[in-house]
Design a protein around this ligand. Structure first.
Ligand SMILES: Nc1nc2c(ncn2[C@@H]2O[C@H](COP(=O)(O)OP(=O)(O)OP(=O)(O)O)[C@@H](O)[C@H]2O)c(=O)[nH]1
Length: 530
């Protein structure tokens, strides 16, 4: 059972209850039982599961709930909150600062994914404007330096290592000194893994720590070890003290849930999780976002963060949305950006409900559909692209022309225009939300702050790639005018996770984009723009 299956089981347990007509003790107990057995099967510690069970039962006392209380909502929210608590280490990790050397040392067993993760992390910081580099202090395993070199070259990260020097302490010291002189912001030192039993391994780690004086030592753990993560981290902690953990290979194992909760219980911050073999498959770990994604509720904050990393040009669109406008060109630019973002299946997990909707639509089919939409818009005139698309309603022959030019059908052109209309409606709502907030800002200091924060966020979406993850979810919630936590978005099926935002329309649009039944026999010749 992979982690996604655990998520599905948890989601099904809750939605079985929330979709049933009667929410009584029996149905509630059945839901808790299913949640607990799913967690135990995912190797979550039995004591932690028992605590979660107790907390949910305590928070939702069906007998004492007044008639005005929305039971389903309360249950959804409680389950969500308790799952978040389960994986929350309640501890802030070290945050690197620009303009000074931040030395990060990696420790962990052989094969845990250390070398791969070092490069992923260097690339992560590089993309955020930190001058990053790698030092290979694994002189034990033949080929370790070559592996790091290969990864670093692919990711365009400067590296240091030696084929002849056998003392890892010397190599790490020399590498760090060299990169310090060259004013690197992030210097990552990869160490040897060998085997846990080897005393020399731990002694070596301590010596390297003393030589390079890391600002942060990160331990890398393979998710498949499940709750054994606790014992393994203890063994390492006793020798080479570390400040944070990265759990790798969470893409392949439900036991990742066990590993994450086991580590969280020790209050050691989990800084990132590895979600695949690719360079981009590293996600900042945030308990709420993690649970949200696990339950198929998406991670819009993560999505925006990902977009920022890629420095996509969003300036015009964001400016338009602030003004409540959304042109056809905006849609074209956004679809073009989606194409740059990587496999659709990965992106889909970040958009609430989308991965369930995509169902069996593969990455290839999905991206072909997106490409055809882009071909359609590339066959429009400049004027049409910058319009609100009303010209197509006034003159339907335009659709025939565009269909011909792009090698698609009029039906497909209509679909694109329908999708544009949905986005335009959303933009209008967001624009109104901004205007309302701006108006009321004079009365309440809090609103002023909200607007300033929102404007900063909108600006940062414009490709500036500023540091700090953007909380798109709270922005949307604010724009939608919904106060409070808003329960457990989406789990109930028709729930509107962002207050006034029309997420249903957005989901609909994505559904059509990804799974609209394919378009037989047309391979989309690129029509010329007139
Ligand atoms: N699926 C998946 N594979 C990963 C992930 N992280 C690393 N791997 C793979 O795990 C394997 C081992 O990774 P390495 O980086 O060589 O492990 P290491 O800990 O550096 O091993 P030593 O250098 O021998 O100490 C490689 O095949 C990686 O591609 C991940 O998040 N998901």
């Amino acid at each position: 059972m992979v982690l996604a299956d655990l998520g599905k089981r948890l989601t099904t347990a809750v939605s079985n209850l929330t979709h049933s007509n009667v929410v009584d003790e029996k149905a509630f107990d059945a839901m808790i039982k299913e949640i607990c057995s799913a967690l135990v099967e995912a190797d979550v510690n039995i004591k932690l599961v028992a605590n979660l069970r107790k907390s949910i039962k305590h928070a939702v006392n069906l007998k004492e709930l007044g008639p005005g209380v929305n039971k389903k909502r309360l249950i959804q929210k409680t389950v969500f909150d308790e799952l978040v608590k389960l994986v929350d280490p309640h501890n802030e990790p070290f945050k690197p600062k620009k303009g000074r050397p931040n030395i990060i040392m990696f420790v962990g067993l052989q094969g845990s994914g250390k070398t791969t993760t070092c490069t992923k992390l260097a690339r992560y910081y590089q993309a955020r404007g930190f001058k990053s580099c790698l030092v290979c202090a694994d002189t034990f395993r033949a080929g370790a330096f070559d592996q790091l070199k290969q990864n670093a070259t692919k990711a365009k990260i400067p590296y240091y290592g030696s084929y002849t020097e056998t003392d890892p302490v010397k190599v790490s010291r020399d590498g760090v000194e060299k990169f310090k002189k060259e004013r690197f912001d992030i210097i990552i030192v990869d160490t040897s893994g060998r085997h846990q039993q080897e005393r020399e391994l731990f002694a070596e780690m301590v010596q390297i720590q003393q030589a390079v004086k890391p600002d942060q030592t990160i331990m890398v753990l393979d998710a498949s070890i499940g709750q054994a993560a606790e014992a393994q981290s203890k063994a390492f902690k006793e020798s080479a003290d570390f400040g944070a953990i990265i759990i790798t290979k969470t893409d392949g194992h439900a036991a990742g849930g066990g590993a994450i909760s086991a580590v969280a219980a020790t209050r050691t911050p989990i800084v990132f999780i590895g979600t695949g073999e690719h360079m981009f498959d590293l996600e900042r770990f945030a308990p709420q976002a993690f649970i949200s994604k696990l339950l198929g509720l998406g991670d819009l904050g993560g999505l925006v963060e990902h977009v920022q990393t890629l420095k996509l040009d969003q300036k015009d669109t964001m400016k338009h949305i602030q003004e409540g406008i959304f042109t056809v060109r905006d849609l074209r630019d956004q679809l073009g950006n989606i194409m740059k973002l990587g496999p659709l299946s990965k992106m889909a997990g970040m958009i609430p409900g989308l991965s369930q909707m995509m169902g069996d639509v593969g990455d290839e089919e999905g991206s072909m559909k997106l490409k055809r939409m882009i071909y359609i818009m590339d066959s429009m005139t400049e004027k049409e692209l910058d319009s609100d698309a009303k010209c197509f309603v006034d003159q339907p022959t335009r659709m025939t022309r565009v269909a011909k030019g792009s090698g698609t059908s009029v039906r497909e052109v209509e679909d694109v225009l329908t999708q544009h209309r949905m986005m335009a409606q959303m933009a209008k709502k967001m624009g109104k939300g901004m205007a309302t907030l701006q108006k009321s800002g004079g009365m309440q200091g809090q609103n002023k702050q909200q607007i300033a924060a929102m404007q900063r966020r909108l600006q940062s979406m414009g490709g500036a790639g500023g540091p700090g993850g953007m909380d798109m979810a709270s922005m949307m919630r604010a724009l939608g005018g919904a106060g409070g936590a808003g329960g457990l978005p989406g789990l109930g099926g028709g729930a509107n996770p962002f207050g006034g935002m029309d997420m249903g329309a957005m989901q609909n649009m994505m559904k059509q984009m990804m799974g609209g039944g394919g378009m037989p026999g047309m391979m989309g010749g690129r029509g010329g723009r007139r």
